[in-house]
Ligand binder design. Sequence first.
Ligand SMILES: [Zn+2]
Length: 184
Amino acid sequence: MQFKHFSCLLICLFSLWACNQAQESKTRSEPGPTSENRIFLSLEGDTLGPVQKSEEEWKAELDGQEFNVLRQAGTERAFTGKYWDNKKTGVYVCAGCGLPLFSSETKFRSGTGWPSFWAPIRKDHVWLKEDRQYGMTRTEVLCARCGGHQGHVFDDGPKPTGLRYCINSVSLDFVEGAKMAEKP
Ligand SMILES: [Zn+2]
């Protein structure tokens, strides 16, 4: 009788273990929060509260190249970034604060070696600022929430806007399969 109980217990334990294993492998195969069907809110005001951090705080959060580009307006070398040739569908968010900035829907092949878009995902998600560095007058593109440098915008882009937002890969994170919620 006792032996029977013992076997029963063993079987129960084994089932529990097997169940756990199955659960674990299921969790692993499921898409994480950074993939499929992630929808960003786009209600007025809910995503645009300013993110302000000290230089030390940014330094602690970002790696060397991210800090150089995002906080010191550096530029990555052409054709070296992770997204210039990315053709997947999704949303590009600011690598500094996560604000959605560009969509794969407006990305185009510019041949420059930097991710290029003909429009931002929402006009109010980017700030444009005159940049007179290096003896040129250009328009700098910044994240509207954290002020992170993204790149520049030029007027030699394709239709329908004629604009070319030339953006550093290092300033962006790509969320595959994500899309913006419709404006209410
Ligand atoms: Zn940002």
